[in-house]
Design a protein around this ligand. Structure first.
Ligand code: JFZ
Length: 416
């Protein structure tokens, strides 16, 4: 399979759930807490000894994702702190050795599969816990200021063996996996520094259809990308203004990852949540530029997705139930962005997302005599295509069409 074939389902599905969860849920100050507060291995150890997510029920996560209209999920199997949610034979630093006493990845995979969702693994190639991970090359390493630590000899090849071995475990022990989401290369730690070609060859050997993000390095936008440059581009906390094109001007699959507040991992004080409306509009924006949205939640130490996040997901789900047709299998329209909102398109169906309704009919530049019929997606009701009185006297509108929204029931302002 080539990239185009591999990413077909992904680009059809458009909307996924990102889940950041690990020991950092206990201090509850975000997933970078070890680095930000320079916490030593010893001091972080207490969270390992305590980790016991009594309410961990991935079926509930999966149901929330499905109800929101999300079609796939990506969970942190290991974040930068090095703690593994899966039962790796290559380390003791794993969920099976905490009071949780079980392989949480196994339960995640089963639960999401059961709800018919596709399953992805986030895996951090950065590892602040492994003794052979280069602390001094990584300016964010929690031990960066510790003299003794800096002087320690390391054997990076042994770390690479560990890292490759864990990826092999993840892709061997849990059946078919749909997405491998590596995080991340930096400075000169990129590409072959991770033995990325070898890594990719192994991955394709075990899971030929899996799709892989672009954070191992390389240039996915090249006309001749490295084998490790990935299947999709991963912009973070931003929707790329013009989508992502390669050097030949061809579309590159991409997925914006965005978190609901200002942290990826659980943060008990961070209440700066986006509104459901912002999320819906961001999803529409992604699709209108040929991209996906991977929307993040950070379950707490007991395994519960914060109430605020669940509320947002539910509202997004209400909208998706009525308007999902304008998201799934849709892509950018070959029309300029309209003044009042955005277009998405699927075949000969054009979806007009009216963000700014204003007063009077809405205008479709370039579509004079091209619209066969117009319907409100939310309730299927007919909308009238009509040219307003004296329209020919306004400048530059000869080639456009007008649709009258008057009287149309717009259940909420995001309707399509
Ligand atoms: C990384 C992680 O450090 C973070 O904790 C979270 O998991 C996020 C999804 O990914 O953060 C990054 C990685 C790459 C960039 C920015 C933040 N980048 O390329 O700009």
């Amino acid at each position: 399979m080539n990239r185009k074939e591999r990413t077909k389902w992904f680009l059809d599905d458009r909307f996924g759930m990102f889940i950041h969860w690990g020991l950092y849920a206990i201090p509850a100050r975000g997933e970078w807490v070890r680095s930000v507060e320079k916490i030593s291995n010893e001091d972080y150890e207490k969270y390992f000894e305590e980790f016991n997510p009594s309410h961990f029920n991935p079926k509930e996560w999966a149901r929330a994702a499905k109800a929101a209209g999300q079609k796939y999920a990506v969970l942190t199997t290991k974040h930068h702190d090095g703690f593994c949610l899966f039962d790796s034979k290559l380390t003791d630093y794993k969920a099976t050795n905490t009071p949780a006493k079980r392989d949480l990845i196994k339960e995640y995979v089963e639960a999401f599969r059961e709800e018919g969702l596709k399953v992805g693994f986030y895996y951090s190639i950065i590892d602040w816990h492994h003794e052979n991970y280069p602390a001094f090359g990584d300016r964010n390493h929690p031990m960066r200021d510790n003299e003794n630590f800096r002087k320690k000899q390391i054997n990076f090849d042994q770390y690479l063996e560990y890292m490759h071995g864990q990826v092999r475990e993840l892709l061997t022990n849990y059946g078919k996996i749909d997405i491998m989401w590596f995080d991340f290369s930096y400075d000169d730690m990129t590409g072959e520094k991770w033995k990325a070609t070898e890594l990719i060859q192994m991955i394709r050997d075990i899971q030929p259809d899996i799709i892989i993000d672009n954070r191992l390095g390389g240039n996915i936008k090249s006309s001749n990308p490295e084998i490790y440059a990935g299947d999709f581009y991963s912009p973070e906390q931003i929707v790329p203004p013009g989508g992502i094109l390669d050097e030949n001007g061809e579309q590159v699959p991409w997925e914006a990852c965005i978190t609901l507040n200002d942290n990826w991992g659980y943060h008990s004080k961070d209440k700066n949540y986006k509104s459901p409306k912002q999320v819906i509009r961001t999803l529409v924006e992604c699709v209108s530029k040929n991209g996906n949205l991977l929307l993040n939640v950070g379950p707490d130490a007991r395994g519960i997705i914060p109430q605020e996040s669940l509320g947002i997901l539910q509202e997004v789900g209400n909208w998706m139930q009525r308007n999902g047709e304008s998201i799934y299998r849709c892509k950018a329209a070959k029309l300029p962005k309209p003044e009042w909102g955005r277009y998405t398109q699927n075949g000969n169906k054009l979806y007009a997302h009216v963000f700014d309704r204003g007063i009077g009919p809405i205008y479709f530049a370039g579509l004079k005599d091209k619209i066969k019929k117009a319907r409100l997606l939310a309730d299927g009701s007919e909308l009238k295509i009509e040219t307003p009185w004296m329209a020919e006297q306004y400048s530059d509108i000869e080639s456009g069409a007008f649709i009258n929204l008057e009287g149309a029931r717009l259940p909420d302002e995001n309707d399509t």
